[in-house]
Design a protein around this ligand. Structure first.
Ligand code: 3PG
Length: 384
């Protein structure tokens, strides 16, 4: 695809789609990872002398109605501070925006616009008319075929990929297309059913598939091991067996259990075989963590999605911590993605030692599943 770096943007009106869908608490941005990832693209466009309009969605508001709750005002405030310049938030922009070369404005939440979700040509043409160049840089929203991610790219005079989108695609391709062997993947989360496509796709690609959380419980149950009253999916035991027949799925030998899912619940380490009927498995045990850590340290590629325990409660976070530190220590090319995974990376302060941290949640998973991201596909067809 055509990339922004290749273009002369001097004096051009440039519309950049970013994924600035960040958590907001009490009117303040509470996690800035996505904004920090977008900043180099915005700065580069300004340095190139473009008149810059940045757009994004925030949350899932009702279309056609403005709501304070989903306003990008906190993001505009954050950007103003980060860039040391006023970044005006423009509410009515579909008829045109006045912005000079070297200037930057943020356009209000695209999901307030009628037709954004349905990706109507009318709205897409209105976006396209705002700019000379459309830059798709929102990897986190590239799996959505919406007006500001897909439709606009069909109609814009020039449509290209921004540096962040390009970097995300490169990192994912490096991990998935020709991974340095052996390749290990960690897929954890509450349900096999919601990550089934990811598990299946990775079972064809990686050498070791480490599972965690409720997913691991389903694999344990499928192997005939006791899981007590842990979360697991009884109807997916055959599915788990079929996956374990395709790829090595190392199962925990010990686990951390509790009698209740609670912040003050007492944590007990047990061998898997000793899990009692009233036990809930809430983390992997220390022996298992040590085994998995060895495996990760000996890997050439690591793909990480999901914490292996209830790490929000410290007493069930040791397993996730051990794996986070092992990934950090490993010489492997490591890539991590997904909201909970990023929170764990923050908690255990390993961000610097992970080769690439994706800004995508759903988009990251869809890419791993081998699905075509519509917002990337349209750029590819424009490039031909
Ligand atoms: C995300 O947070 O995964 C992206 O911003 C996409 O948001 P959406 O699921 O509301 O489309």
């Amino acid at each position: 695809v055509l990339t922004m770096n290749e273009l002369d943007l001097k004096g051009q009106r440039v519309l950049i789609r970013e994924d600035l869908n960040v958590p907001v608490k009490n009117g303040q941005v509470s996690s800035d990872a996505r904004i920090l990832a977008a900043l180099p693209t915005i700065k580069l466009a300004l340095e190139k002398g473009a008149a810059v309009m940045v757009c994004s969605h925030l949350g899932r508001p009702e279309e056609g109605v403005f709501s304070e709750e989903n306003s990008l005002a906190p993001v505009a405030a954050y950007l103003s501070k980060a860039l040391g310049r006023d970044v005006p938030l423009v509410r009515d922009y579909l008829g045109g925006v006045t912005v000079q070369p070297g200037e930057l404005v943020l356009l209000e939440n695209v999901r307030f616009n009628q037709g954004e979700k349905k990706n109507t040509d009318t709205l897409a043409q209105e976006y396209a008319a705002l700019c000379d160049v459309f830059v798709m840089d929102a990897f986190g929203t590239a799996h959505r075929a919406q007006g500001s991610t897909h439709g606009v790219a069909k109609f814009a005079k020039v449509a290209c990929a921004g540096p962040l989108l390009a970097a995300e695609l490169d990192a994912l391709a490096k991990a998935l297309d020709k991974p340095a062997r052996p390749m290990a993947a960690i897929v954890a989360g509450s349900k096999v059913s919601t990550k089934l496509d990811v598990l299946n796709a990775l079972s064809e690609k990686c050498d070791q598939l480490i599972v965690g959380g409720g997913i691991a419980n389903t694999f344990l149950a499928a192997a005939g091991l006791p899981v007590g009253k842990s979360l697991y999916e009884a109807d997916l035991l055959d599915t788990a067996k079929a996956i374990a027949a395709k790829v090595s799925v190392p199962l925990p030998v010990d686990v951390v259990v509790a009698k209740a899912f609670a912040e003050d619940a007492e944590a007990t380490v047990k061998l898997v075989a000793d899990v009692a009927e009233d036990d809930m498995i809430l983390d992997i045990g220390p022996q298992t963590a040590a085994q998995f850590a060895e495996l990760l340290k000996a890997s050439g590629t690591i793909l990480w999605n999901g914490p292996v325990g209830v790490f929000e409660f410290d007493q069930f976070g040791e397993g996730t911590k051990a794996l986070a530190l092992a990934i950090a220590d490993s010489p492997a090319f490591s890539i991590a993605g997904g909201g909970d995974t990023l929170a764990a990376i923050d908690k255990y302060a390993v961000a610097q030692q992970i080769s690439y941290i994706s800004t995508g949640g759903g988009a990251f998973l869809e890419f791993v599943e081998g699905k075509v991201l519509p917002a990337v596909e349209v750029l590819e067809s424009r490039a031909q």
